[in-house]
Design a binder for this molecule. Structure first.
Ligand SMILES: Cc1ncc(COP(=O)(O)O)c(C=O)c1O
Length: 364
């Protein structure tokens, strides 16, 4: 396939990004076991600049600080988006990335919403593949371990003024991680603050969404809760997401997750994978509006069996308590079968221990 970049035409298969290698790998100093999430970064990073309507200066180089002007547009007006993806090694040591094409598409959906330039496939996908190829010794070959991939883009005009930038930077950095065990969570149903509203940017993975969510989370933490369950902006009645995870409710023989029609929810790659596997497990999967009243009714009727969050960082997180106003729902998570089985299957596909029936694993 041929793709255009600046004045050059590249063949994707042979397009090779210039590389400056580090002199000595940091890997000698960092043991790849029980590594905390997001703390260590690999030897190299990818960096590219958008100028004059084209992507330029594409290179892979030693991981290093950026030198930025204090007037940098992203710091003032928040044109900044990112993605979160994971790479794994199978038992034979082959490296695979989990569903990166889906993140590539979502990245450009975020870019469009934030008036930022599209990142072409050769830059996002080939850039990621070549960077991981170079740093593949950093992918921990252990159960529950992976390499977290963080592509991101921000506006880089050096002028004050609210308007879309003419300059942008795109980078990819890599961070070994695992095991990421998220203990069952206590969740506060949020009724004052809102994460997203129709017409807003809830469906985009824009940095501002995360900054705007921190106050609600901090207040929930003060009350003894781990995270909030966001509700809709108009009535605070329809459930949306839990913190930075999509949410599923097992009610009777159905697995229900809020639908994406109002564009207030991030379309999670783990959410989509969970729906596929839950169908394989025999559930009827429904994407639809789900109100907190329906959830309480199901709880009272004894048919709300499980509640869990889905996301790249922890895969599946069990919810042991939901508090709505003065009403507390407690769940015997240690007896649950569905969420643990879902997590087991998803992890086994990603680590190459179950067949990849849906073409989810992208070979590096
Ligand atoms: C707000 C929000 N919702 C949902 C998710 C889950 O998405 P994914 O499964 O693609 O990681 C994330 C994490 O990326 C998120 O930040």
């Amino acid at each position: 396939m041929f793709l255009c970049n600046s004045n050059l035409i590249y063949m994707v298969d042979t397009y090779s990004i210039p590389v400056t290698r580090i002199e000595r790998s940091k890997l000698h100093d960092i043991p790849l076991e029980n590594i905390p999430f997001g703390k260590y970064f690999t030897d190299h990073m990818l960096e590219a600049d958008f100028e004059d309507g084209k992507w330029k200066n594409i290179e892979i180089k030693p991981y290093q600080p950026l030198v930025l002007n204090p007037s940098l547009a992203a710091l003032h007006y928040g044109q900044a988006i990112f993605e979160g993806i994971k790479a794994y090694k199978d038992a034979s040591g082959n490296a695979f990335i989990f569903r990166p094409q889906d993140n590539f598409k979502r990245f450009n959906i975020s870019a469009e919403r934030m008036q930022m330039p599209v990142v072409p496939e050769y830059l996002f996908m080939e850039g990621m593949r070549q960077l991981i190829e170079l740093d593949k010794n950093w992918i921990p070959a252990k159960e529950d371990h992976s390499l977290y991939i963080r592509p991101f883009m921000f506006s880089s005009d050096e002028v004050i003024g609210v308007k879309p930038s003419e300059h942008y930077k795109f980078l990819i950095i890599l961070s070994p991680t695992g095991p990421y065990y998220a203990a069952p969570m206590r969740i506060y149903v949020e009724e004052i603050y809102t994460r997203a509203s129709p017409g807003g940017i809830g469906f985009a993975k824009a940095a501002g969404n995360y900054g705007a969510s921190m106050l609600a989370t901090a207040e929930a933490k003060k009350k003894g809760y781990d995270q909030v369950l966001w509700t809709d902006a108009f009535e605070h009645k329809y459930v949306q997401e839990i913190g930075t995870m999509n949410v599923f409710f097992i009610i009777g023989d159905r697995a229900i997750t809020p639908d994406l029609k109002s564009e207030t929810i991030l379309s999670g790659v783990t959410r989509d994978s969970a729906m596929v596997i839950l169908r394989e497990m025999g559930f009827k999967v429904e994407e639809r509006p789900l109100s907190i009243d329906d959830i309480i009714d199901a709880y009272r009727a004894g048919i709300l069996y499980e509640v869990f969050g889905t996301g790249t960082a922890a895969t599946i997180t069990l919810i042991k308590e939901l508090k709505y106003k003065d009403f507390v729902m407690n769940f015997p998570v240690e007896q649950w079968k569905t969420a643990p089985e879902l997590k087991k299957r998803l992890t086994a596909i990603r680590e190459g221990r179950l067949p990849d029936n849906y073409g989810w694993m992208y070979k590096v």
